[in-house]
Design a protein around this ligand. Structure first.
Ligand SMILES: Nc1ncnc2c1ncn2[C@@H]1O[C@H](COP(=O)(O)OP(=O)(O)OP(=O)(O)O)[C@@H](O)[C@H]1O
Ligand SMILES: [Mg+2]
Length: 295
């Protein structure tokens, strides 16, 4: 079968100005999932302060060396904050450097993943304006929802788009002016609890009421699972062969379920090149295996 890859890199932005919603977690899982499907992936960490994604790939390199494991890596870049103090000069400098970086990475890669900081800043706005796909993870709570839409507390009716939605709308216009392109905006519900069915339904209803008005779609979410956080220090995801599953990383049914959730997200991106690469490619590579640390 002939597999088509995108002619120029498809840009996926992880954005939500609400901190701690899962942007970096989703970025690392999507990046490794795409690498495991054989795509060339570049990643850019725009969180110049926390550097979560950069730390994760550092852990991954260290892990590969220590255990002599063949762990696919993206071409990773940590974006450097401008050295200029004057705000307008710094903004121009950052905008120019980000544009250059994306322009260069576009040529040699199938995907570029940008991980935004959990705040509204110039760099995050700029990044949104380059998105082909924008993934916004949100915790399943009205505390997070109100950044998307204002709510009437008495009857839980959605009133209007809110600050983050307005920002996305602004960047959609910029994107359209720049190259006529469109942003496919996906809301990913994160840390879904197996309990609290009432709250889940309320959020689902509120998202449904807002999605047509501001143009996003929701996809099957990620559950609250220890596995999404415990592999961080090891630089792994559940798509990697877990060499020492019996030691510090117990292999469980949660690995399989979480892998299914990430795979579902990759498919929901609705990108033909991904859909052409069959699901078992990811699944066959993963699983527990007795292994030894390199001395
Ligand atoms: N589905 C999940 N199950 C369990 N823990 C999760 C899940 N998703 C994220 N986490 C944990 O929640 C915390 C916040 O996640 P993460 O750092 O990915 O969010 P973020 O949006 O990138 O944050 P920031 O805005 O600070 O950059 C981390 O400790 C992460 O391990
Ligand atoms: Mg982050």
């Amino acid at each position: 079968m002939v597999i088509q890859t995108p002619s120029q890199a498809h840009i996926i932005v992880l954005g939500n100005e609400k901190g701690g919603s899962g942007k970096s977690t989703v970025a690392m899982h999507v990046a490794v999932g795409l690498l495991r499907l054989g795509f060339k992936v570049a990643t850019i960490d725009l969180d110049t302060r926390q550097r979560t994604l950069s730390r994760y790939f550092e852990n991954r390199s260290q892990r590969a060396a220590e255990y002599d494991e063949n762990l696919p890596q993206p071409q990773h870049h940590t974006f450097q904050k401008s050295k200029y103090d004057a705000r307008s000069v710094a903004s121009n400098d950052e905008a120019w450097r980000l544009g250059e970086m994306i322009g260069q990475l576009r040529l040699g890669n199938d995907f570029i993943i940008l991980d935004c900081p959990g705040m509204d800043n110039f760099l995050a706005r700029e990044a949104h304006s380059y998105a082909d796909t924008l993934i916004t993870p949100m915790n399943d709570s009205f505390v997070d929802f109100v950044l998307l839409g204002d709510m009437d507390a008495r009857n839980k009716r959605v009133l209007d788009p809110s600050i983050y939605s307005d920002m996305v709308e602004e960047q959609r216009s910029r994107r359209s002016l720049r190259d006529g392109g469109k942003i496919d905006w996906i809301i990913l519900r994160n840390r879904l609890s197996p309990l609290n069915a009432r709250n889940k339904q309320d959020i689902e209803d509120a998202l449904a009421a807002l999605s047509d008005r501001i143009g996003f779609r929701t996809v099957g979410g990620f559950s609250e699972r220890v596995i999404y956080r415990e592999l961080f220090l090891h630089g792994l995801t559940m798509f990697d062969t877990i060499e020492d599953a019996s030691e510090d990383i117990p292999y469980s049914a949660s690995h399989i379920a979480a892998r299914g959730e990430v795979q579902q997200l990759l498919e929901a991106l609705n990108i033909p090149a991904i859909l052409q690469r069959t699901a078992p490619v990811i699944a066959n590579d993963a699983g527990p295996k007795a292994g030894k640390r390199v001395a």
